[in-house]
Design a protein around this ligand. Structure first.
Ligand SMILES: C[S@@+](CC[C@H](N)C(=O)[O-])C[C@H]1O[C@@H](n2cnc3c(N)ncnc32)[C@H](O)[C@@H]1O
Length: 315
C-alpha cells in the first residue's frame, strides 16, 4: 500500500493531468519529473498490469522517496536518477521505442523547499546551494559570490523578470566585499533591504524573483527544457500525449511556442516571423489555451496558483 499522507508535495491538477495523459491503459508512460511521486501514483492507478511507467528525477532524494511510494506497482515501474534532457537515450537504453504519454511537472517540489536543506527557500537559514542534482558543479553560492554584477543582473532579469535587477545585483556586489554570502536567509534579507515597501507588489516576498532566477540558472532549467522539446517528438506513438505543467511565464512561453510550431509541422525557430518550412503537422494541441487550476485547488494548495497545463497529441 502507498502512504499518500506522508508526502509533503501535493500534485497539481492531478485529475486534469490524468485525463489528458492516460489514453491507453496498457500503454507506456513517462513521468519525467517524478518528485515525491504524487502524479505517478495517480498514473499507476490508471494503467493495467500490462502498462509501464518510467519515472525520472535529477534529484536522487526524489527518486528514493518515490521508489518507496510506488513500490506497490512492482515491475510496472522503473525509477531512474536522471535529467529529462537525456530521455531519448534513457528510453533507448531500456529498449523502448515509443511511448503513449510523457508528463513534465516543472519547477521544484515541496520536499525540496521544505526539507532538502539546500537553500531553495527564502524563509530558511540554509547553505545557499539550490542544486537539484547534488552532483552538479556550480552552486548558488558560487554564482552569487563569483559572477560579475552584470551577469547577476542578467540572470535576475531574464529568469526572474525582476525589475529591480540592477539595484539587487549592485547590493550583492557591495555585500560580498565584506565577506562571502553563504546562506539563503542572508541573501533574502539583503534583497528585502534594498526593495522599498512601496515597491512590493501584492503579497509576494521581495526575494521571490531573485530565488526563482538563481534556481533556474543553477539548474540550467531553460536549457534542459529546450533540449527536451527539441528531442521529444519522435518518441511518441500515434495518439501519444505530452502534458506540461509550468509555473512561470518564461517556461510556459517556451512550451506554448513549441506546441504551436509542432501543430504547423514547423521546424523554424520560435521567433521566426513566418513559418517557411511548410512541413506536415506533427501534433495537435489538446487544449489550445492552456488550463489553470480551479479556485478550490489554489485555496487548498497555494503552490498551484501559478500553474498552467498544456497538452499536445501526436497525430
Ligand atoms: C514540481 S516537482 C514534481 C512533483 C511531482 N509531480 C509529484 O507529484 O510529486 C519537480 C521535480 O522535477 C525535478 N526536476 C527538475 N529539473 C529536472 C530535470 N532536468 N530532469 C529531471 N528532473 C528534474 C525536480 O528535482 C523536482 O523533483
Amino acid at each position: 500500500m502507498s502512504k499518500t499522507l506522508d508526502y509533503p508535495h501535493k500534485p497539481v491538477m492531478v485529475n486534469e493531468v490524468i485525463r489528458f495523459l492516460v489514453t491507453v491503459s496498457e500503454g507506456v508512460y513517462v513521468d519525467a519529473t517524478v518528485g515525491s511521486g504524487g502524479h505517478s501514483e495517480a498514473i499507476g492507478k490508471e494503467i493495467s498490469s500490462k502498462g509501464r511507467l518510467i519515472c525520472l528525477d535529477r534529484d536522487p532524494e526524489a527518486v528514493r522517496l518515490s521508489r518507496e511510494r510506488l513500490s506497490h506497482l512492482g515491475e510496472r515501474v522503473t525509477l531512474i536518477n536522471a535529467n529529462y534532457a537525456e530521455l531519448s537515450e534513457i528510453l533507448e537504453g531500456l529498449g523502448i521505442e515509443k511511448v503513449n504519454g510523457i508528463l513534465l511537472d516543472l519547477g521544484f517540489s515541496s520536499y525540496q523547499i521544505e526539507q532538502s536543506g539546500r537553500g531553495f527557500s527564502f524563509n530558511r537559514d540554509e547553505p545557499l546551494d539550490m542544486r537539484m542534482d547534488p552532483g552538479d558543479e556550480v552552486t548558488a553560492q558560487q554564482m552569487i559570490n563569483n559572477l560579475s554584477a552584470n551577469e547577476i543582473k542578467r540572470i535576475l532579469r531574464d529568469y526572474g523578470e525582476e525589475k529591480r535587477a540592477g539595484i539587487i545585483s549592485r547590493s550583492i556586489e557591495r555585500e560580498r566585499k565584506k565577506g562571502p554570502i553563504t546562506s539563503s536567509l542572508q541573501l533574502a534579507e539583503l534583497v528585502r533591504s534594498v526593495i522599498p515597501s512601496s515597491y512590493r507588489p501584492g503579497v509576494i516576498d521581495p526575494a521571490t524573483r531573485t530565488f526563482q532566477a538563481l534556481r533556474i540558472a543553477v539548474n540550467r532549467e531553460t536549457e534542459n527544457i529546450k533540449i527536451f522539446l527539441d528531442k521529444v517528438p519522435p518518441l511518441f506513438a500515434k495518439g501519444g500525449r505530452l502534458v506540461f505543467l509550468s509555473y512561470h511565464s518564461l517556461e510556459d512561453r517556451m512550451v506554448k511556442q513549441k506546441m504551436a510550431g509542432w501543430e504547423k509541422g514547423c521546424t523554424c525557430p520560435p521567433d521566426f516571423p513566418e513559418c517557411a518550412c511548410g512541413k506536415t503537422p506533427l501534433f495537435k494541441r489538446v487544449n489550445r489555451k492552456g488550463i489553470r487550476p480551479d479556485k478550490g485547488e489554489t485555496k487548498d494548495n497555494p503552490r498551484a496558483r501559478s500553474a498552467m497545463l498544456r497538452a499536445s497529441e501526436r497525430i
